[in-house]
Ligand binder design. Sequence first.
Ligand SMILES: [Cu+2]
Length: 440
Amino acid sequence: MDLGGPTVTTWAYGDTVPGPLLRATAGDVLRVDVDNQLPDATSVHWHGIALRNDMDGVPGMTQDPIPAGGTFRYEFTVPDPGTYFYHPHSGVQLDRGLYGVLIVDSPHGRGQYDAEWVVVLDDWVDGTGRTPDQILAELQQASEDGPSGGMHDMEGMDHGSMGGSMGGMEAMQSPLLGGAGDIAYPHYLLNGRTPADPVTLSAKPGQRVRIRFVNAGSDTAFRVAVGGHRMTVTHSDGFPTMPVPTDALLIGMGERFDVLVTLGNGVFPLVASAEGKKGQALAVIRSGAGRPPAADVRIRELAGQVLLGTDLAPAESARLDRRSTDRRHDLALGGTMAPYRWTINAKTFPDSEPLQLVQGERVRLRFLNQSMMFHPMHVHGHTFALAEGGARKDTVIVRPMQTVEVDLEADNPGQWAAHCHNIYHAEAGMMTTLSYQAKD
Ligand SMILES: [Cu+2]
Protein backbone atom coordinates (compact mmCIF):
# COMPACT_ATOMS: atom_id res chain seq x y z
CA MET A 1 0.00 0.00 0.00
CA ASP A 2 1.08 3.54 -0.78
CA LEU A 3 -0.03 5.57 2.23
CA GLY A 4 0.87 8.87 0.59
CA GLY A 5 4.58 8.84 1.34
CA PRO A 6 5.41 5.61 3.09
CA THR A 7 4.83 2.41 1.17
CA VAL A 8 4.08 -0.54 3.39
CA THR A 9 3.34 -4.22 3.13
CA THR A 10 0.21 -5.00 5.08
CA TRP A 11 -3.00 -7.04 5.18
CA ALA A 12 -6.10 -5.52 3.60
CA TYR A 13 -9.56 -6.27 2.22
CA GLY A 14 -9.04 -6.46 -1.52
CA ASP A 15 -6.27 -4.06 -2.45
CA THR A 16 -7.33 -0.84 -0.73
CA VAL A 17 -7.11 0.71 2.74
CA PRO A 18 -9.82 1.28 3.85
CA GLY A 19 -11.46 -1.75 2.26
CA PRO A 20 -14.42 -1.54 -0.13
CA LEU A 21 -17.30 0.70 0.95
CA LEU A 22 -20.33 -1.54 1.46
CA ARG A 23 -23.75 0.02 1.15
CA ALA A 24 -27.20 -1.41 1.79
CA THR A 25 -30.69 -0.25 2.74
CA ALA A 26 -32.20 -1.06 6.13
CA GLY A 27 -34.13 -4.32 5.82
CA ASP A 28 -31.81 -5.69 3.13
CA VAL A 29 -30.11 -9.03 3.46
CA LEU A 30 -26.38 -8.41 3.10
CA ARG A 31 -24.28 -11.29 1.80
CA VAL A 32 -20.49 -11.08 1.93
CA ASP A 33 -18.22 -13.93 0.89
CA VAL A 34 -14.88 -13.87 2.65
CA ASP A 35 -11.99 -15.58 0.86
CA ASN A 36 -9.17 -15.71 3.38
CA GLN A 37 -5.88 -15.36 1.50
CA LEU A 38 -4.10 -14.16 4.65
CA PRO A 39 -1.42 -16.35 6.21
CA ASP A 40 -3.48 -16.50 9.42
CA ALA A 41 -7.01 -17.37 10.52
CA THR A 42 -9.41 -14.43 10.56
CA SER A 43 -13.04 -13.35 11.00
CA VAL A 44 -15.18 -10.34 10.11
CA HIS A 45 -17.18 -8.45 12.72
CA TRP A 46 -19.97 -6.07 11.62
CA HIS A 47 -19.45 -3.35 14.19
CA GLY A 48 -22.65 -1.80 15.51
CA ILE A 49 -25.06 -3.96 13.53
CA ALA A 50 -27.76 -5.71 15.57
CA LEU A 51 -27.50 -8.86 13.48
CA ARG A 52 -28.15 -12.55 14.07
CA ASN A 53 -25.68 -13.95 16.56
CA ASP A 54 -24.01 -16.54 14.33
CA MET A 55 -22.96 -13.79 11.86
CA ASP A 56 -21.29 -11.55 14.46
CA GLY A 57 -17.80 -12.73 13.58
CA VAL A 58 -16.28 -13.49 16.98
CA PRO A 59 -14.20 -16.70 16.78
CA GLY A 60 -14.69 -18.97 19.76
CA MET A 61 -17.97 -17.24 20.63
CA THR A 62 -20.15 -17.08 17.50
CA GLN A 63 -18.18 -19.06 14.88
CA ASP A 64 -15.01 -20.98 14.19
CA PRO A 65 -12.11 -18.92 12.89
CA ILE A 66 -11.89 -18.76 9.08
CA PRO A 67 -8.63 -20.66 8.49
CA ALA A 68 -5.92 -19.44 6.15
CA GLY A 69 -7.06 -20.52 2.72
CA GLY A 70 -10.65 -20.94 3.93
CA THR A 71 -13.87 -19.17 3.03
CA PHE A 72 -16.94 -18.04 4.96
CA ARG A 73 -20.26 -16.58 3.89
CA TYR A 74 -21.73 -13.84 6.06
CA GLU A 75 -25.43 -13.35 5.39
CA PHE A 76 -27.69 -11.26 7.60
CA THR A 77 -30.38 -8.61 7.65
CA VAL A 78 -29.23 -5.04 8.36
CA PRO A 79 -32.00 -3.67 10.58
CA ASP A 80 -31.05 -0.04 11.20
CA PRO A 81 -29.80 2.82 9.02
CA GLY A 82 -26.50 4.41 9.94
CA THR A 83 -22.72 4.50 9.67
CA TYR A 84 -21.05 1.21 10.61
CA PHE A 85 -17.79 -0.56 9.86
CA TYR A 86 -16.33 -4.01 9.55
CA HIS A 87 -13.06 -5.45 10.79
CA PRO A 88 -11.55 -8.72 12.03
CA HIS A 89 -12.25 -9.92 15.56
CA SER A 90 -9.07 -11.98 15.55
CA GLY A 91 -6.07 -10.91 17.62
CA VAL A 92 -4.78 -7.46 16.71
CA GLN A 93 -5.52 -7.80 12.97
CA LEU A 94 -7.64 -4.64 13.10
CA ASP A 95 -4.40 -2.68 13.53
CA ARG A 96 -3.31 -3.77 10.07
CA GLY A 97 -5.19 -2.45 7.03
CA LEU A 98 -8.21 -4.65 7.70
CA TYR A 99 -11.17 -2.30 8.01
CA GLY A 100 -13.91 -0.88 5.83
CA VAL A 101 -17.10 1.14 6.15
CA LEU A 102 -20.65 -0.20 5.93
CA ILE A 103 -23.33 2.40 5.30
CA VAL A 104 -26.94 1.42 5.81
CA ASP A 105 -29.34 3.86 4.16
CA SER A 106 -32.86 4.54 5.30
CA PRO A 107 -35.63 3.26 3.04
CA HIS A 108 -37.40 6.58 3.72
CA GLY A 109 -34.91 8.81 1.89
CA ARG A 110 -31.49 10.13 2.69
CA GLY A 111 -32.01 13.44 4.50
CA GLN A 112 -31.26 17.04 3.74
CA TYR A 113 -27.75 17.37 2.35
CA ASP A 114 -26.00 17.98 -0.97
CA ALA A 115 -22.93 15.79 -0.70
CA GLU A 116 -21.60 13.01 1.48
CA TRP A 117 -18.04 12.26 2.54
CA VAL A 118 -16.87 9.18 4.40
CA VAL A 119 -13.86 9.92 6.62
CA VAL A 120 -12.05 6.95 8.15
CA LEU A 121 -9.37 7.61 10.76
CA ASP A 122 -6.59 5.21 11.70
CA ASP A 123 -3.38 4.95 13.67
CA TRP A 124 -0.75 3.18 11.56
CA VAL A 125 2.31 1.09 12.35
CA ASP A 126 2.11 -2.07 10.19
CA GLY A 127 4.88 -2.40 7.64
CA THR A 128 7.02 0.35 9.16
CA GLY A 129 9.40 -2.18 10.71
CA ARG A 130 6.98 -3.86 13.08
CA THR A 131 3.64 -5.61 12.93
CA PRO A 132 0.79 -5.16 15.43
CA ASP A 133 1.54 -8.66 16.76
CA GLN A 134 5.11 -7.59 17.49
CA ILE A 135 3.85 -4.43 19.24
CA LEU A 136 1.59 -6.52 21.46
CA ALA A 137 4.47 -8.88 22.24
CA GLU A 138 6.67 -5.87 23.07
CA LEU A 139 4.04 -4.41 25.41
CA GLN A 140 3.78 -7.75 27.20
CA GLN A 141 7.53 -8.34 27.20
CA ALA A 142 8.36 -4.83 28.39
CA SER A 143 5.98 -5.21 31.29
CA GLU A 144 7.66 -8.48 32.24
CA ASP A 145 11.06 -6.85 32.10
CA GLY A 146 9.88 -4.03 34.33
CA PRO A 147 10.17 -0.30 33.80
CA SER A 148 13.87 -0.40 32.93
CA GLY A 149 13.59 -2.92 30.12
CA GLY A 150 12.20 -3.39 26.69
CA MET A 151 10.36 -0.39 25.41
CA HIS A 152 13.10 2.19 25.96
CA ASP A 153 15.21 0.81 23.19
CA MET A 154 12.49 0.10 20.67
CA GLU A 155 12.93 1.99 17.46
CA GLY A 156 10.01 4.31 16.90
CA MET A 157 8.76 3.94 20.45
CA ASP A 158 9.77 7.31 21.80
CA HIS A 159 9.48 8.44 25.37
CA GLY A 160 5.84 9.12 24.92
CA SER A 161 5.09 5.62 23.81
CA MET A 162 3.92 4.13 27.08
CA GLY A 163 0.99 5.41 29.07
CA GLY A 164 0.47 5.42 32.78
CA SER A 165 2.58 3.31 34.98
CA MET A 166 5.98 2.97 33.32
CA GLY A 167 8.22 4.79 35.79
CA GLY A 168 10.37 7.60 34.45
CA MET A 169 8.68 7.79 31.07
CA GLU A 170 6.58 10.67 29.92
CA ALA A 171 3.07 9.30 29.62
CA MET A 172 0.78 10.27 26.76
CA GLN A 173 -1.90 12.31 28.48
CA SER A 174 -4.96 14.20 27.36
CA PRO A 175 -6.86 16.72 29.47
CA LEU A 176 -10.06 15.15 28.13
CA LEU A 177 -9.14 11.47 28.40
CA GLY A 178 -6.36 11.11 30.95
CA GLY A 179 -4.06 8.34 29.70
CA ALA A 180 -4.29 8.76 25.93
CA GLY A 181 -3.16 5.33 24.76
CA ASP A 182 -0.28 2.88 24.93
CA ILE A 183 1.40 3.33 21.55
CA ALA A 184 2.96 6.31 19.79
CA TYR A 185 2.27 5.54 16.15
CA PRO A 186 4.57 6.67 13.33
CA HIS A 187 1.56 7.66 11.16
CA TYR A 188 -2.04 8.77 11.47
CA LEU A 189 -4.20 8.22 8.40
CA LEU A 190 -7.34 9.71 6.94
CA ASN A 191 -8.84 7.46 4.24
CA GLY A 192 -5.54 5.60 4.05
CA ARG A 193 -3.34 8.67 3.53
CA THR A 194 -0.76 10.46 5.65
CA PRO A 195 -0.94 14.28 5.90
CA ALA A 196 2.03 14.49 3.50
CA ASP A 197 -0.24 13.55 0.59
CA PRO A 198 -3.82 13.85 1.82
CA VAL A 199 -7.11 13.13 0.07
CA THR A 200 -9.06 16.07 -1.37
CA LEU A 201 -12.79 16.30 -0.65
CA SER A 202 -14.60 18.56 -3.10
CA ALA A 203 -17.98 20.29 -3.12
CA LYS A 204 -19.43 23.70 -3.98
CA PRO A 205 -19.53 26.74 -1.72
CA GLY A 206 -22.75 26.91 0.25
CA GLN A 207 -23.40 23.20 -0.10
CA ARG A 208 -24.38 21.21 2.92
CA VAL A 209 -22.14 18.17 3.34
CA ARG A 210 -22.77 15.14 5.50
CA ILE A 211 -19.48 13.83 6.86
CA ARG A 212 -19.53 10.27 8.21
CA PHE A 213 -16.61 9.88 10.64
CA VAL A 214 -15.35 6.41 11.57
CA ASN A 215 -12.50 5.86 14.03
CA ALA A 216 -10.91 2.59 12.90
CA GLY A 217 -7.84 3.20 15.07
CA SER A 218 -6.67 0.61 17.57
CA ASP A 219 -5.18 2.77 20.34
CA THR A 220 -5.94 6.39 19.39
CA ALA A 221 -8.87 8.73 19.94
CA PHE A 222 -9.09 11.53 17.36
CA ARG A 223 -10.18 15.13 17.89
CA VAL A 224 -11.67 16.28 14.58
CA ALA A 225 -12.55 19.73 13.26
CA VAL A 226 -12.86 21.64 9.99
CA GLY A 227 -10.87 24.86 9.71
CA GLY A 228 -13.10 27.93 9.45
CA HIS A 229 -16.31 25.97 10.05
CA ARG A 230 -18.50 24.63 12.79
CA MET A 231 -20.00 21.17 12.51
CA THR A 232 -23.50 20.10 13.50
CA VAL A 233 -23.54 16.60 14.98
CA THR A 234 -26.56 14.62 13.72
CA HIS A 235 -25.80 10.95 14.42
CA SER A 236 -23.84 8.93 16.92
CA ASP A 237 -22.96 5.28 16.17
CA GLY A 238 -25.56 5.27 13.41
CA PHE A 239 -28.51 6.65 15.38
CA PRO A 240 -29.89 10.21 15.10
CA THR A 241 -29.12 12.71 17.83
CA MET A 242 -30.63 16.06 18.65
CA PRO A 243 -28.61 18.25 16.24
CA VAL A 244 -25.92 20.13 18.11
CA PRO A 245 -23.30 22.54 16.75
CA THR A 246 -19.69 22.29 17.88
CA ASP A 247 -16.16 23.34 16.97
CA ALA A 248 -14.67 19.89 17.45
CA LEU A 249 -15.60 16.32 18.22
CA LEU A 250 -13.70 13.62 20.12
CA ILE A 251 -14.05 10.17 18.55
CA GLY A 252 -12.98 7.07 20.44
CA MET A 253 -11.89 3.86 18.76
CA GLY A 254 -14.96 2.13 17.31
CA GLU A 255 -17.16 5.24 17.53
CA ARG A 256 -18.84 6.85 14.51
CA PHE A 257 -20.36 10.30 14.23
CA ASP A 258 -22.17 11.98 11.36
CA VAL A 259 -22.04 15.75 11.09
CA LEU A 260 -23.35 18.42 8.72
CA VAL A 261 -21.13 21.25 7.52
CA THR A 262 -22.20 24.16 5.31
CA LEU A 263 -19.17 24.99 3.21
CA GLY A 264 -17.55 28.36 2.78
CA ASN A 265 -15.67 29.25 -0.39
CA GLY A 266 -12.02 28.22 -0.54
CA VAL A 267 -9.66 25.53 0.69
CA PHE A 268 -9.98 24.25 4.24
CA PRO A 269 -8.17 21.64 6.32
CA LEU A 270 -10.11 18.84 7.97
CA VAL A 271 -7.82 17.85 10.83
CA ALA A 272 -8.00 14.74 12.99
CA SER A 273 -5.56 15.26 15.82
CA ALA A 274 -4.33 12.15 17.65
CA GLU A 275 -5.68 12.99 21.11
CA GLY A 276 -2.90 13.24 23.67
CA LYS A 277 -0.33 12.06 21.14
CA LYS A 278 2.00 13.70 18.66
CA GLY A 279 0.63 13.77 15.13
CA GLN A 280 -2.51 14.20 13.10
CA ALA A 281 -4.39 13.06 10.05
CA LEU A 282 -5.56 15.48 7.38
CA ALA A 283 -7.91 15.93 4.45
CA VAL A 284 -8.12 18.95 2.16
CA ILE A 285 -11.61 20.35 1.62
CA ARG A 286 -11.84 22.24 -1.64
CA SER A 287 -14.83 24.42 -2.57
CA GLY A 288 -12.91 27.21 -4.29
CA ALA A 289 -9.48 28.59 -5.04
CA GLY A 290 -6.66 28.57 -2.54
CA ARG A 291 -3.41 27.00 -1.44
CA PRO A 292 -3.52 23.59 0.21
CA PRO A 293 -2.75 23.50 3.94
CA ALA A 294 0.59 22.27 5.29
CA ALA A 295 0.76 18.73 6.67
CA ASP A 296 1.19 20.09 10.19
CA VAL A 297 -1.47 22.82 9.93
CA ARG A 298 -3.03 23.73 13.27
CA ILE A 299 -6.61 25.00 13.33
CA ARG A 300 -8.12 26.95 16.18
CA GLU A 301 -11.36 24.93 16.13
CA LEU A 302 -9.46 22.03 17.73
CA ALA A 303 -8.96 24.19 20.82
CA GLY A 304 -12.59 25.32 20.87
CA GLN A 305 -15.67 23.53 22.13
CA VAL A 306 -15.15 19.74 21.99
CA LEU A 307 -18.07 17.32 22.19
CA LEU A 308 -17.94 13.68 23.30
CA GLY A 309 -20.60 11.07 22.66
CA THR A 310 -21.63 11.33 26.30
CA ASP A 311 -22.61 14.98 25.70
CA LEU A 312 -25.27 14.13 23.12
CA ALA A 313 -29.02 13.63 23.42
CA PRO A 314 -30.99 11.26 21.21
CA ALA A 315 -33.43 12.38 18.54
CA GLU A 316 -37.01 11.50 19.45
CA SER A 317 -36.93 8.53 17.04
CA ALA A 318 -33.80 7.12 18.72
CA ARG A 319 -35.04 7.34 22.29
CA LEU A 320 -35.29 4.07 24.21
CA ASP A 321 -38.77 3.55 25.69
CA ARG A 322 -39.06 4.41 29.34
CA ARG A 323 -39.10 1.16 31.34
CA SER A 324 -37.99 -0.05 34.72
CA THR A 325 -34.73 -1.96 34.94
CA ASP A 326 -35.08 -5.74 35.27
CA ARG A 327 -31.41 -6.62 35.63
CA ARG A 328 -28.19 -4.80 36.44
CA HIS A 329 -24.59 -5.72 35.72
CA ASP A 330 -21.42 -3.97 36.83
CA LEU A 331 -18.35 -4.03 34.60
CA ALA A 332 -15.38 -2.84 36.62
CA LEU A 333 -12.58 -1.81 34.25
CA GLY A 334 -9.09 -2.32 35.57
CA GLY A 335 -5.55 -2.87 34.44
CA THR A 336 -1.97 -1.79 34.37
CA MET A 337 0.84 -1.31 31.89
CA ALA A 338 3.14 -3.53 33.97
CA PRO A 339 2.10 -6.27 33.80
CA TYR A 340 0.31 -5.46 30.53
CA ARG A 341 -3.06 -6.80 31.58
CA TRP A 342 -6.54 -5.27 31.22
CA THR A 343 -9.52 -6.66 33.07
CA ILE A 344 -13.30 -6.62 33.45
CA ASN A 345 -14.39 -7.47 37.00
CA ALA A 346 -10.76 -8.39 37.77
CA LYS A 347 -10.68 -11.15 35.15
CA THR A 348 -9.10 -11.44 31.72
CA PHE A 349 -10.95 -13.03 28.81
CA PRO A 350 -11.70 -15.94 28.46
CA ASP A 351 -11.59 -16.44 32.24
CA SER A 352 -14.16 -13.69 32.79
CA GLU A 353 -17.53 -14.52 34.28
CA PRO A 354 -20.25 -14.25 31.59
CA LEU A 355 -22.95 -11.69 32.37
CA GLN A 356 -26.40 -13.29 32.18
CA LEU A 357 -29.20 -11.75 30.12
CA VAL A 358 -32.77 -12.91 29.67
CA GLN A 359 -34.70 -12.08 26.52
CA GLY A 360 -37.33 -9.40 27.00
CA GLU A 361 -35.65 -7.76 29.97
CA ARG A 362 -34.41 -4.19 30.28
CA VAL A 363 -30.79 -4.33 31.36
CA ARG A 364 -28.57 -1.66 32.86
CA LEU A 365 -24.82 -2.00 32.41
CA ARG A 366 -22.59 0.08 34.64
CA PHE A 367 -19.02 0.62 33.41
CA LEU A 368 -16.83 1.60 36.37
CA ASN A 369 -13.40 2.67 35.19
CA GLN A 370 -10.93 1.97 37.98
CA SER A 371 -7.86 2.59 35.84
CA MET A 372 -5.99 5.71 34.73
CA MET A 373 -6.61 4.95 31.06
CA PHE A 374 -9.74 5.70 29.03
CA HIS A 375 -11.64 2.76 27.55
CA PRO A 376 -14.10 2.94 24.61
CA MET A 377 -16.47 0.16 25.68
CA HIS A 378 -18.31 -1.67 22.91
CA VAL A 379 -21.28 -4.04 23.13
CA HIS A 380 -22.06 -6.38 20.24
CA GLY A 381 -25.50 -7.07 18.78
CA HIS A 382 -27.28 -4.19 20.55
CA THR A 383 -27.43 -0.44 20.61
CA PHE A 384 -27.63 0.92 24.14
CA ALA A 385 -28.91 4.23 25.44
CA LEU A 386 -26.73 6.28 27.75
CA ALA A 387 -28.63 6.35 31.03
CA GLU A 388 -30.90 9.26 31.95
CA GLY A 389 -31.82 10.27 28.42
CA GLY A 390 -28.44 10.12 26.66
CA ALA A 391 -27.73 9.20 23.05
CA ARG A 392 -28.10 5.77 21.51
CA LYS A 393 -24.66 4.22 20.99
CA ASP A 394 -22.80 0.94 20.77
CA THR A 395 -19.40 2.28 21.82
CA VAL A 396 -18.87 4.77 24.63
CA ILE A 397 -15.74 6.39 26.05
CA VAL A 398 -15.33 5.77 29.77
CA ARG A 399 -12.75 8.16 31.19
CA PRO A 400 -10.32 7.33 34.03
CA MET A 401 -12.18 6.74 37.30
CA GLN A 402 -15.49 7.67 35.59
CA THR A 403 -18.70 5.63 35.76
CA VAL A 404 -20.96 5.41 32.70
CA GLU A 405 -24.33 3.66 32.84
CA VAL A 406 -26.19 2.41 29.78
CA ASP A 407 -29.54 0.69 29.20
CA LEU A 408 -30.28 -1.93 26.62
CA GLU A 409 -33.26 -3.98 25.52
CA ALA A 410 -32.36 -7.68 25.71
CA ASP A 411 -33.97 -8.42 22.36
CA ASN A 412 -31.29 -10.28 20.40
CA PRO A 413 -30.53 -13.71 21.89
CA GLY A 414 -27.09 -15.26 21.69
CA GLN A 415 -23.59 -14.98 23.07
CA TRP A 416 -22.32 -11.43 22.60
CA ALA A 417 -18.93 -9.89 23.21
CA ALA A 418 -18.60 -6.77 25.35
CA HIS A 419 -15.12 -5.31 25.34
CA CYS A 420 -12.78 -2.36 25.20
CA HIS A 421 -12.22 -1.15 21.64
CA ASN A 422 -8.60 -0.43 22.35
CA ILE A 423 -7.65 -3.57 20.46
CA TYR A 424 -4.53 -4.09 22.59
CA HIS A 425 -6.58 -3.87 25.77
CA ALA A 426 -9.14 -6.33 24.36
CA GLU A 427 -6.38 -8.73 23.36
CA ALA A 428 -4.76 -8.35 26.80
CA GLY A 429 -8.00 -9.45 28.45
CA MET A 430 -10.54 -6.59 28.56
CA MET A 431 -13.49 -8.53 27.16
CA THR A 432 -16.42 -10.47 28.54
CA THR A 433 -19.59 -12.20 27.32
CA LEU A 434 -23.22 -11.12 27.51
CA SER A 435 -24.87 -14.51 27.67
CA TYR A 436 -28.59 -15.01 27.05
CA GLN A 437 -30.21 -17.69 29.17
CA ALA A 438 -33.49 -19.48 28.74
CA LYS A 439 -36.25 -17.85 30.79
CA ASP A 440 -36.43 -20.56 33.48
CU1 LIG B 1 -9.27 -0.21 27.22
